[in-house]
Design a protein around this ligand. Structure first.
Ligand SMILES: Nc1nc2c([nH]c(=O)n2[C@H]2C[C@H](O)[C@@H](COP(=O)(O)OP(=O)(O)OP(=O)(O)O)O2)c(=O)[nH]1
Length: 312
């Protein structure tokens, strides 16, 4: 059955502590009682961003002052085929004065969300749980002990996502190093993904696997891990990551880097153009540190990933 495609704009209102706003759909709506991000249908002649500002004014009585386009996802419901344009709403004027929901609630990204949740929103909630900064290990250059010390400092400073990327270590050393990184990161409630080596990721019980671009392009199915991401350099790779329903991608280099000095860099405008309309979050990579977080997020990045910019 073909269903009419309906464009919907939905806003993830974010407070500085990272919590986000959900509303419970009122009694006389489809999926009454389900939780959703505030928003509604895009009307003819409107851009999704305009529709969202109108809906948030009508429904919540607020005027949006800082909006970031974020993810776009399609979902087939019985009642409609929806194309959801999600935005991060970072700043607004006016106090919340809800006119349509049965309830509103602020939710911490790490805590359980509200149920029942609209079925299309599962991957959005997972994206909100993905930390904003990823540290990529470089024990082969720094030395194992220095890398582990740098990891402890970064975990103390709040790092919660680590990619173990140690092709240059021999198999035994890589296994020992990866287990140590996992133990230290887990102790802080963080996530560890292992680059390229699915067997090692399984053997140590890592949270996930990170696919180099060539590995990504050779796969036709998502590996069975809780978290699966990939390194991408162009739109075709990003779209393949989306088709495999991966949880995130890395895209770069955004700036010129010491580790890849000859590689052409994308710049923030190139990053923004390549990530338009994707269903999964993308972390920016290449010559970056957390100091550029706001610039990165304004360019549609979920956050940043780095080596030197993270470990110093
Ligand atoms: N607002 C919102 N809609 C969502 C989310 N997730 C999701 O699948 N949807 C779907 C459910 C609906 O099929 C559609 C939104 O339609 P709606 O009926 O709420 O739109 P509206 O506020 O313009 O309502 P109306 O004028 O038609 O009464 O998008 C979400 O997080 N927020």
């Amino acid at each position: 059955m073909t269903r009419k495609l309906v464009d919907v704009a939905a806003g993830v209102l974010l407070r500085p502590d990272g919590s986000y706003l959900l509303g419970q759909r009122g009694p006389d709506t489809v999926y009454a009682g389900y939780w959703e991000f505030p928003g509604g249908k895009v009307e003819p002649g409107e851009k999704p961003a305009q529709a969202l500002c109108r809906e948030l004014d009508e429904e919540l009585g607020i005027r949006v002052t800082h909006l970031r386009p974020w993810l776009r996802r399609e979902h087939l419901y019985e009642h409609a085929h929806v194309r959801l344009h999600f935005f991060e709403v970072c700043a607004w004027e006016g106090a919340l004065d809800d006119k349509v929901h049965s309830a509103l609630d602020w939710v911490e990204p790490s805590s359980a969300t509200r149920e029942p949740m609209l079925p299309a929103n599962g991957p959005i909630l997972k994206a909100l749980r993905l930390p904003r900064v990823m540290g990529i290990t470089d024990a082969a250059r720094l030395g194992v002990d220095a890398q582990l010390e740098a990891l402890d400092r970064a975990l103390d400073a709040g790092l919660r996502l680590v990619q173990v990327r140690e092709q240059a270590l021999d198999a035994g050393a890589r296994d020992r190093f990866a287990r140590e990184v996992l133990a230290r990161t887990r102790a802080r409630g963080g996530l560890v993904v292992v680059n390229g080596d699915i067997e090692l990721a399984q053997a140590i019980g890592a949270d996930g696997v990170h696919l180099p671009a060539r590995r990504l392009m050779a796969l036709s199915e998502r590996p069975a891990f809780q978290w699966v991401g990939a390194s991408c350099h162009d739109r075709a790779e990003l779209e393949h990551a989306a088709a495999l329903t991966l949880d995130y991608a890395l895209l770069g280099p955004v700036l010129a880097t010491d580790s890849h000095p000859g590689a052409a860099s994308l710049g923030w405008s190139g990053f923004s153009a390549l990530t338009e309309g994707l269903p999964m979050p993308v972390l920016a990579l290449g010559g970056l540190s957390p100091a550029v977080m706001e610039t990165a997020r304004d360019a549609r990045a979920h956050g940043i990933a780095g080596i030197r910019g993270i470990w110093g």
